[in-house]
Write a protein of this length. Structure first.
Length: 397
């Protein structure tokens, strides 16, 4: 574990959901349309809309991977082509890791890790909207119940150290505004949103940057809370199936084509949509933190925005690169070219995120400092502490 001369603020921590996270507060008459558990062929399976869901290979999280088990894979150190299942190695019984589901046990671990505070995001929860997108009332019932579970088990602000973000789906504007209001009333200082187009009725979808969603953005803008746009299943699989039909999305299972083409696609398109559709012009107090999407989309997006602006300046309400760099913060993957990302967005708009305790994250969160050796002491402090504190502090419009 690296020793910093300050306590760090981790912008990407996770809990492992209790088995009733999507059940406890969901009306019983909606369970079949939302989530249920079933024993099939001797295994406990999660049913989403009546079908086995494999977004997480084992959504009971028992047993569960060790933190950082897949670091070599994600750093590209897999010349022998070892399969991911083998690289997971020995798994832990969830009963031996109470900190994954208990907030006080987690605070004790954070003390050992020298983490002053952290943003907390779902593990299973970021993969559920797409699986319910055919049934928008089910989306609303599932996430309204899930957010109540987050509040109950983790709290939106627990001891000013654990900031667990409620998930805001845009599938129904009036309902989403109500969810934002409820979250704010219950102390939320960070909201979670998935990248990707918003599912609509009859299989349609739309950019979250369109004016039809302005009532939601307006309330967030007014409150001055940050939106953590966390990677997950944003519906990209439907597009990929047109090229390579492989079935439902599954974490840690990919193909060469999907590995090459999807690394940045979802977050690149979402950020482009927010900028090009004018969200930041209409809501100048918005702050978006891109979490667990990597950062290599930034140089490419900046380049494309520059090209677009040069060709069609009247279609933008001001310089799109300035809008992006003013309103967006990015948490690069440890395997990214972090120095390059800094050149485009600046250290004052970058965040350290360990993805702890996930297998693809860091075993020791503050080891992130090893991946930013060229950052000055001031820049390290911004990235690994100060920027996150700024973002979690509401700035009322």
């Amino acid at each position: 574990m690296e020793q910093l001369d300050f306590l760090a603020f981790d912008a990407d921590n996770h809990y492992y959901e209790a088995e009733d996270a999507f059940i406890r507060h969901v009306p019983k008459d909606m369970h079949k349309r939302c989530m249920q558990w079933a024993h099939i062929d001797g295994k406990k399976r999660l049913l989403v809309a009546g079908e086995i869901n494999r977004f997480i290979p084992n959504p009971t999280f028992n047993p569960v991977s060790k933190p950082g088990a897949l670091q070599d894979y994600f750093r590209g150190n897999n010349k022998d082509g070892i399969d991911v299942k083998t690289m997971f190695g020995e798994l832990d019984p969830i009963s031996e890791r109470p900190e994954y589901r208990d907030r006080d046990a987690r605070l004790a671990i954070m003390d050992e890790q020298r983490l002053e505070a952290a943003f907390f995001f779902p593990t299973l929860g970021v993969g559920m909207q797409a699986s319910l997108s055919h049934d928008l009332p089910a989306v609303k019932a599932a996430f309204e119940g899930f957010n109540k579970w987050i509040l109950e088990d983790w709290g939106f602000n627990y001891k000013n150290r654990i900031f667990a973000a409620p998930v805001i789906s845009f599938v129904d504007v009036e309902w989403a505004v109500g969810q934002v209001e409820w979250a704010l009333d219950n102390g939320a200082q960070l909201l979670c949103m998935l990248p990707g187009p918003v599912p609509l009725d009859k299989g349609k979808s739309a950019s979250p940057g369109l004016e039809m969603f302005d009532p939601i953005w307006s309330r967030i803008n007014e409150a001055g809370v940050t939106v953590g746009m966390h990677g997950g299943d944003g519906g990209l699989n439907d597009y990929l199936d047109r090229w390579e039909p492989t079935g439902a999305f599954e974490s840690f299972r990919s193909t060469a084509f999907r590995q090459v083409t999807t690394h940045e696609r979802q977050i690149f398109d979402t950020m482009a949509a927010l900028v090009c559709h004018g969200v930041f012009n209409r809501h100048p107090n918005l702050r978006i933190a891109s979490i667990e999407n990597g950062g290599m989309f930034v140089p490419r997006l900046v380049e494309e925005l520059q090209i677009g602006y040069a060709k069609m300046p009247t279609d933008f309400q001001g310089d799109p690169v300035e809008a992006f760099c003013k309103h967006v913060w990015v948490s690069p993957y440890y395997e990214d070219d972090i120095d390059l990302i800094k050149e485009f967005i600046g250290a004052d708009h970058m965040l350290f995120g360990s993805d702890y305790p996930h297998a693809e994250g860091l075993e020791d969160p503050t080891d992130y400092i090893r991946d930013i050796p060229n950052f000055s002491e001031e820049e390290v402090r911004m990235v690994m502490r100060d920027n996150a504190w700024d973002l979690v502090t509401p700035k009322v419009a």
